[in-house]
Design a protein around this ligand. Sequence first.
Ligand code: PLP
Length: 359
Amino acid sequence: MIYLDYQATTPLAPEARDAMLPWLAGPEAQGFANPHSPHRPGRAAAAAVEAAREQVASLLPPGGTVVFTGCATEALNLAVRGSGVRRVAVSAIEHSAVLDTAKACVDRCDVIPVSPQGLVDADAAIAPGTGLVAVMQVNNEIGTIQPVDALAAAARDAGALFLCDAVQGAGKLAPPAQADMIALSAHKLHGPKGIGCLWIRDGVELRPLIYGGGQEQDLRSGTLSPALCAGFGAAAQLARERMQDDADHIAMLAGKARDILSRWTLNGSPVERWCGNLNLRLHGLDVARLMSELRDIAFSAGSACASGSGRTSHVLRALGLGDRQAKCSIRLGFGRYTMLREIEDACARIDAAAAAQGV
Ligand code: PLP
């Protein structure tokens, strides 16, 4: 199996797995202790959680707090709903964790359009009375990188908070330094599934969504998993240490993929993009048939969240693509553990299978 779906999730780094194992050990090792208990094994578990918090914080700007959550979706819900604002502005290409939360939970949700290149206009007007602006750092479907620093400054000038979904950018790019809140997900940066976090700038007030034991500074009650925290922390540290090497490797893979698939059209800006995401279309392509003919290549027909729903991707529609263009698009996502020969093999076979369809 050649795995080309790095935007849906990433393989667990061996270093992250190793960091988790002591906290999954049996009764004798006492790594199972509750990190909120005051006894010695509990304090050891709490120390591991705090060390992990520092490691995750190293991917984020200074001057804020990392609150662990169950996933980025929860972190984004905490930011939007916990801020208590009644009017928000979100980009048209946000993940549904932001779009649907905003639409369901606030009185008014203004949608900021994007250009045909998939970029949010940094000068987009923010309506008076807007309490929160949310724009993602890197889009999960097409990989475009948004001008989040300029957008955060504009939000601040308009008196609004700025929330950045940095799920697809964290560990790859510098953090969105001007944001007030930033959401991350461990499993998108070679950490375990089941943990994410919300970074909250000092001074930003939120109310919790989950009440109970008052963990995570009263913002997210519930017993933390030291194993998941440790895995997230190790993955974050590794991503920071390997940022340049990973970027170089992925750029080399992207260059090769673009060479082989040179007749395909790239969806989204060719410049302002994370190159480990290639969203490509070929006029007339039957994507379902392509996927069924290439079952040993794991790639996507759009975002993993939208695929299977039968709906055309809201991101591709926001670029101005019609239904037919959107439906002949595929997403190839690759990263740290993808090998050159896998890219060569997969891209050549994808192109040949498309040619066999007569497109
Ligand atoms: N935001 C973006 C950009 C994503 O790609 C995803 C996952 O697909 C999420 C949010 C949700 O992350 P999680 O799986 O941690 O809830």
